[in-house]
Write a protein that binds this ligand. Structure first.
Ligand code: 5AD
Ligand code: SF4
Length: 535
């Protein structure tokens, strides 16, 4: 279908936005969508009918990038047939790889790095204008905003930017959430783990003013949000010095994070820099205590360094803070952790796990692991397996090492572990994790747990979408009336996935579910009688 785009009728334009990668990208996409909707753009689920196609991308592993490259390639013929369509690449790939992408794929019109997403509406507008040449024809014109992660990074120059406006621009309405929302507390990362591209693509760590974070949470709760997840690459390093707030045009500016010396705060309080500094523990306590209608407060991700008992105590004392910690350990070998520049040892990590178990005996933990980091031996792998058994994570995200451009690891170390070995090590750890997950899940059978309902489960959706007959994918006989059946998916406060039958009207609510079956990835159960009554 050919679209006729002129800059005069932008208010009727349709946008398709696909998000790759982490929760930070999901939030960025939501905020970009909110800005564009406020300007009259309409979002569609089908890229073939969109005037503007946007991909919000991730560079953490090569595999994630390849998915985008192949989608962009597929759009070549679509753009040839529909030259007025605008194709934009947002996020980390635009920042890291933008020029190369435009050279290889001239069908890309627009690039915007993660530090500039507040500018997306302006960029689309510019592209629309420059798309049309003097004679009314279409030409290839590229607009780009990238390479500015450093401008975002220094305190006073950060004060001159308006990225904070992206978060502040959030539109608050009951219709644009399913009862859950992300709120950013920290942007970027300072830690420079040797394998990681994030400090290059998202820039240095900056922390948002606590009042901005609180006000955002408050408005979300007023609009009916029941679960808030605070986001940052290393949330436990959050700190904001109220004595040195910089305000520009009435807007408190984010503050650059300090580079902490490793292990400060282990076993005791998290690093507190001076009076007037709001720590992560303070922030959690304020949001929990001053928003009594917020049912669940969660946060991701924590760096297993400088995770003080003050944070654990705040969680322990506050029932509505979820007993769930994502603590990416990456390796169980001190030698590898050092090469990764993680700033903690296996012993210190185990100490953190012990402290969590002591303060929060009902907490569930998850981790990330990289297998096949350069020079990793079978002995290192064995140590990682041992650590998995010690920590008893409810799940582990296990990745094969992927050398990333402009990281310390790619310049200093040869990628000397074969893909075959990486795959084997990955499978070995997955098998151990599956055993542990099954064991943890088995412990829930027979219990009744509160579940925050997130969605209709993927299987049911597929069945309805393909055939309107769930029996096709769910493996049971369906009569005409049973087609109404819906399987819901939700999470416990410890982040365990639970599937059960119920009406989709329960999405966004917390219900009691009696667990009757456990698999390594999922718990299955049924609504309690009381929950059914309120359905
Ligand atoms: N190769 C493989 N995995 C990586 N991660 C980050 N960078 C790489 C890389 N170069 C993983 C880490 C991190 C998660 C988000 O992605 O485990 O915690
Ligand atoms: Fe990357 Fe390390 Fe920062 Fe996490 S803490 S985003 S792995 S540099």
């Amino acid at each position: 279908m050919t679209m006729n785009i002129t800059s005069e009728n932008t208010s009727t334009k349709t946008v398709y936005l696909k998000t790759f990668g982490c929760q930070m990208n999901v939030l960025d996409s939501d905020l970009v969508q909110g800005q564009l909707e406020a300007m009259g753009y309409r979002f569609v689920d089908d890229w073939e009918v969109a005037d503007v196609i946007l991909y919000n991308t991730c560079s953490v592993r090569e595999h994630a990038e390849n998915k985008v490259w192949s989608r962009v390639g597929e759009l070549k013929s679509h753009k040839e047939k529909n030259p007025h369509v605008i194709l934009g690449i947002l996020g980390c790939m635009a920042e890291r790889d933008g020029k190369d992408m435009v050279r290889k794929h001239p069908q890309v019109d627009l690039l915007c790095g993660p530090g500039e997403l507040d500018q997306v509406p302006m960029l689309i507008d510019n592209t629309m204008k420059t798309h049309i040449d003097d004679r009314g024809g279409v030409r290839n014109a590229h607009v780009a905003l990238q390479g500015n992660t450093h401008r975002r990074s220094a305190t006073y120059s950060a004060a001159a930017d308006n990225l904070e406006n992206l978060d502040l621009s959030r539109s608050f309405s009951a219709s644009n959430h399913d009862g859950a929302a992300y709120v950013r507390i920290t942007r970027g990362c300072n830690k420079f783990c040797t394998y990681c591209v994030v400090p290059n693509t998202r820039g240095r760590e900056v922390h948002r003013h606590p009042d901005h974070i609180f006000e955002e949470c408050k408005k979300l709760v007023e609009q009916g949000v029941r679960e808030i997840t605070l986001l940052g690459q290393t949330v436990n390093h959050y700190h904001y010095d109220l004595n040195s707030t910089v305000t520009i045009e009435g807007v408190h500016q984010p503050q650059v994070g300090q580079i902490l010396s490793p292990n400060r705060g282990t076993g005791g309080a998290s690093p507190i820099f001076s009076d007037g500094v709001v720590s992560f523990a303070d922030l959690l306590a304020r949001i929990h205590d001053d928003l009594p209608n917020l049912e669940r407060l969660r946060f991701i991700t924590s760096l297993p360094r400088d995770f003080g008992n003050d944070i654990l105590q705040v969680i322990k004392d506050r029932p509505r803070i979820c007993r769930y910690l994502h603590l990416p350990v990456q390796s169980g070998s001190n030698r590898v952790l050092k090469l990764m520049n993680r700033g903690y040892t296996v012993e210190e990590f185990k100490d953190l796990i012990d402290r969590v178990r002591e303060y929060l005996p009902d907490a569930e933990l998850a981790t990330d692991i990289i297998v096949g980091f350069p020079t990793e031996t079978e002995e290192d792998q064995k140590e990682t397996a041992e650590l998995l058994r010690y920590c008893k994570f409810k799940n582990s995200f296990i990745f094969k090492y992927s050398p990333r451009p402009d990281t310390v690891a790619i310049t200093r170390f040869e990628d000397d572990i074969s893909n075959e070995t990486k795959k084997r090590r990955n499978n070995e750890l997955l098998a151990i994790q599956a055993e542990i997950s099954q064991e943890i899940h088995d412990g829930y059978v027979g219990k009744t747990v509160p579940v925050f309902v997130e969605s209709v489960s993927t299987k049911t959706k597929k069945a309805q979408g393909n055939t309107a007959d769930p029996s096709v994918t769910l493996g049971w006989e369906a009569s005409e009336t049973e087609v109404e059946f819906t399987q819901l998916a939700g999470r416990t406060a410890g982040d365990l996935i639970v599937c059960f039958d119920g009406s989709s009207e329960l999405i966004g609510q917390t219900v009691d579910v009696e667990i009757d079956k456990a698999a390594p990835l999922t718990l299955f159960g049924k609504l309690t009688e009381a929950a059914k009554v309120s359905e």
